[in-house]
Write a protein that binds this ligand. Structure first.
Ligand code: KIV
Length: 275
């Protein structure tokens, strides 16, 4: 059960925001994975994962859609509550799905659902400078927020597909400015998806809050992957940044432990996983 009060005195204290920022300061890499149910959550917890994300990627890997756009708040709350029941140590983050944060007030009421009904400790929203006001509003209400920059899967119909972002210098500079503006607005964590490794490094060095990368190179403070991708379960073509840890061992917990070790040691991501 995800009950921080019970865990406080144990030898596996729960990961908090202060733990994550201490890890950044001390240069200890943060190992993160997605989960969508209690069994996987318990397996990730037992394997030493620091942060678990209930991603709206569940629209693709659980529901079989082509994008994350069909995912609703009810879907997110259902899966988040299931994951929370399987966790004790990792920090639990949940995605605000498509259009659930179209105004600051809507973002707040939906964050409250993810926290009260789903047990999330933090909410994540796909961001740009357009979300500065929303992030400031959530921060003013003491909601812990992760700003997701780079490839934003909820916007693929507008941006033209799942593509690497920030390749040109102007786009890279805009992303760096957005990261700084969102941090100043109150973002506690930044997630960078599918950007050049050099830009991942620039942003990680520029902001004080921890930065988690997926396809953002080796310099971010932590790494995240969709759990089904790193276990080789997802069908079809995999993004370049995915490493299949199940090729090394058929035992799921051993594969996740190997992932945690590879992230912590800096062995993953290797140059072949970077842009
Ligand atoms: O929805 C998700 O799983 C995510 C990860 C890809 C970071 O946002």
């Amino acid at each position: 059960m995800y009950t921080q009060l019970q865990q406080r005195d144990s030898d596996r204290p729960p990961v908090t925001l202060s733990t994550l920022s201490q890890m950044k300061q001390q240069g200890e890499k943060i190992a993160c994975l997605t989960a969508y149910d209690a069994s996987f959550a318990a397996l990730l917890d037992a394997s030493g994962v620091d942060l678990v994300l209930v991603g709206d990627s569940l629209g693709m890997v659980i529901q079989g859609h082509d994008t994350t756009v069909p995912v609703t708040m009810d879907h997110m709350v259902y899966h988040c509550a299931a994951v929370a029941r399987g966790l004790s140590r990792p920090f639990l983050v949940a995605d605000l799905p498509f259009m659930s944060y179209a105004s600051p007030q809507l973002a707040l009421s939906n964050s409250v659902r993810l926290m009260q009904e789903g047990g999330a400790r933090m909410v994540k929203l796909e961001s740009g400078q357009g979300q500065t006001e929303t992030i400031a509003y959530l921060a003013r209400h003491d909601i812990a927020v992760c700003a997701h920059l780079g490839l934003k899967p909820q916007s693929v119909h507008k941006t033209g597909g799942f593509r690497v972002q920030g390749r040109e210098e102007q786009a890279a500079r805009t992303m760096l400015e957005s990261a700084l503006a969102l941090e100043a607005a109150g973002a506690d964590l930044i997630l960078l998806e599918c950007i050049p490794a050099s830009l991942g490094q620039r942003i990680t060095e520029a902001v004080k809050v921890p930065v988690i990368g997926i396809g953002a190179g080796p310099s971010t403070d932590g790494q995240i992957l969709v759990v089904y991708d790193m276990l080789g379960i997802t069908l079809g073509r995999k993004p370049r940044f995915v490493r299949n840890f199940a090729l090394e061992t058929a035992v799921p917990q051993a594969a996740v432990e190997r992932y945690v070790q590879a992230v912590k040691s800096g062995e993953y991501p290797a140059p072949e996983h970077c842009f």
